[in-house]
Design a protein around this ligand. Structure first.
Ligand code: OSB
Ligand code: MG
Length: 369
């Protein structure tokens, strides 16, 4: 297959409610949508970077630059024999995994459409229904959060993730555990602590958390290993794992027992699958993380989460968790049992509504034609 045209669209979508983490508060979300065309078919991928480099160093602006000036020119005239990692082709660019992932996702969707197969089948997924959880942000008050947790459990979500930061942590987890004694619960700190906080973080051991996600430095392995040796709660890494080699380092050092796999953060679906395979060999569970994706990235995440090692509920919530109107039709929905039914249609299995892409689009450009 050859990519005839590649277009990138910079979208800004309003969130139904502001989402606050230890790195800041977001009222809307910015992403790039990658549209890859071949023989009249269109494949879609997503770069769920944000407007500011506060989660990783990438932003929608760095991804725009890297795709337009380096990755797209490399695709020109290339014959792509089969769906798979295009990381080889892109390895001359150091880093920038989200920019690379957006293109790889779009190419995978194209292959699915060309072969009339769903992408989860191409990836080797095994499940037709995936368990899912929800990520809840920092709120104005504990009462607000208790209400959010109540709503989410009533909707069926199989586990609740609480965002924590210094002064919004132990008491918050204690209160939620007290109000919801049996709910599967975890906490995500987005790198808000240091090793000096070991004794403080150890207090979380009292609340039967499934895991604590990325408590320490966003690029750290050594301190997390020291922390894991001192706390009972399993450590899960998110920000630290940007590649297969990062995952290898983390397992070798004992930095974590669980990995949150985001295909955008690790350079694409095939790198995500490799990390999944490595984690399986280490008997470590993985789950599919989220980046407030639109329906495009969300559909790719659903496909990834059908792989057998994704045994824990992920952060793939229903479209309406973040968006009043998603760019796909039908929107992603969650069953009363807290699962998502994997679509059977070709490619990503959801229809992308071009008119809605246009509605939220700030700028678009053909970067290969
Ligand atoms: O740390 O997992 C994270 C959102 C944006 C950036 C980082 C993270 C998150 C979330 C929300 O936790 C995940 C989602 O619901 O998409
Ligand atoms: Mg996280």
């Amino acid at each position: 297959m050859r990519i005839d045209r590649l277009e990138i669209l910079h979208l800004r979508l309003p969130l139904v409610r502001a989402f606050e983490t230890s790195f800041g508060r977001m009222a809307d979300h910015e992403v790039l949508i990658v549209r890859a065309e071949s023989q009249g078919m269109v494949g879609y991928g997503e770069v769920p970077a944000m407007a500011a480099p506060v989660y990783t160093y990438e932003t929608v602006h760095t991804a725009w630059h890297v795709i337009r000036d380096f990755l797209a020119p490399r695709l020109k005239g290339q014959e792509i024999a089969a769906p798979g990692p295009i990381s080889e082709l892109f390895s001359f660019v150091r880093g920038h995994p989200m920019a690379k992932a957006g293109i790889e996702m779009a190419v995978l969707d194209l292959f699915g459409k060309a072969q009339n197969r769903p992408i989860h089948q191409i990836l080797g997924g095994e499940r037709m229904e995936i368990p899912t959880g929800v990520s809840l942000g920092i709120e104005e008050s504990l009462d607000d959060l208790v209400q959010r947790v109540g709503e989410a459990t009533a909707r069926g979500y199989q586990r609740i993730k609480l965002k924590i930061k210094p002064r919004w942590d132990i008491d918050v987890v204690a209160e939620i555990r007290n109000s919801f004694p049996t709910v599967p619960l975890m906490a995500d700190a987005n790198s808000a602590y240091t090793l000096a906080d070991i004794e403080h973080l150890r207090k979380l051991d009292a609340y039967q958390l499934m895991m604590i996600e990325q408590p320490l430095g966003y690029d750290d392995y050594v301190d997390h290993a020291k922390l894991q040796a001192r706390i009972r709660t399993p450590v899960c890494l998110d920000e630290s794992i940007k590649s297969y080699d990062d995952a290898r380092r983390a397992f070798e050092l004992g930095s974590c027992r669980i990995i949150n796999i985001k295909q955008a953060r690790v350079g694409g679906p095939y790198s995500a699958k490799m990390i999944h395979n490595l984690a399986r060999a280490h008997h470590a569970p993985v789950w599919c993380g989220g980046m407030l994706e639109t329906g495009v990235g969300r559909a790719h995440n659903i496909a990834l989460a059908t792989l057998p090692g994704f045994t824990l509920p992920g952060d793939i919530s229903a479209s309406d968790r973040y968006y009043a109107e998603d760019v796909v039709d039908p929107p992603v929905t969650v069953t009363a049992q807290g699962t998502i039914l994997v679509p059977k249609g070709p490619g990503i299995g959801y229809n992308v509504v071009e008119k809605r892409l246009t509605r939220y689009c700030l700028r678009r450009e053909y970067v290969l034609s």
